[in-house]
Design a protein around this ligand. Sequence first.
Ligand SMILES: Nc1ncnc2c1ncn2[C@@H]1O[C@H](COP(=O)(O)OP(=O)(O)O)[C@@H](O)[C@H]1O
Ligand SMILES: [Mg+2]
Length: 251
Amino acid sequence: MLEIKNLHARIVEDGTEILRGLNLSVKAGEVAAIMGPNGSGKSTLSYILAGKDDYEITEGSITYNGQNLLEMEIHERAAAGLFLAFQYPLEIPGVPTMNFLRTAMNSQRKFRGEKELTTPEFIKLVKAEAAKLKIDMNMLKRPLNVGFPGGEKKRAEILQMALLEPKLCILDETDSGLDIDALKVVSEGVNALRSPDRAVVVITHYQRLLDHIIPDSVHVLSKGQIIKSGDKSLALELEKKGYADIIEAAA
Ligand SMILES: Nc1ncnc2c1ncn2[C@@H]1O[C@H](COP(=O)(O)OP(=O)(O)O)[C@@H](O)[C@H]1O
Ligand SMILES: [Mg+2]
């Protein structure tokens, strides 16, 4: 589903190279975890997948379901089923969460040539998904993420994800700022989306989240490269020994 080959990327503004030959392959149905120390380039990778234009790709390729992802516009990526939950979800003043969700769902449907949801259809879907994530409907009348505590922002992101039914979900540090109860709710939300035709990439600094979302593969990112891949036991090893040993062994 996702094939990243020898990806090199630098920051447009100052030319600093952040990704230095990154390779990653994620199959349909797979839950892949990307772990790595702070500053290794995890968020940069998620921004590049989303199409943020702060970065310049100098080498390599990203293929998404056989298409050249780097040539796709941001809205095309979203309509093709790519979804990103950011480490720091944006606040959108003046736009009630409900309106945002409806616009996002209907614009994607429209782009794909599908029928738009009517108000009752939309409300029914939102109510069902919000209940699963223990989100109060009153919160959804408020502007998107504005003044939401960290954990609520993360829940709101998982709600968006559940409603948009993406094919490839990328979650950047979804666990940061979550207490244990919120972590469980969010993990259950992600686990509910696991399916043979959907892939999930979970980016996390800590093993904790991976106790709840058991990954099929674990990849260690250091200095802009995947330096080691393995199964879920690799995450446990990292938790025990820290990143230093693995980084040293790969150097
Ligand atoms: N837009 C940017 N401008 C300046 N520096 C950036 C930018 N994006 C990333 N960086 C730098 O790139 C490195 C990797 O950052 P990041 O991808 O956020 O790492 P991680 O998510 O693994 O902690 C860091 O040193 C960070 O300061
Ligand atoms: Mg980050």
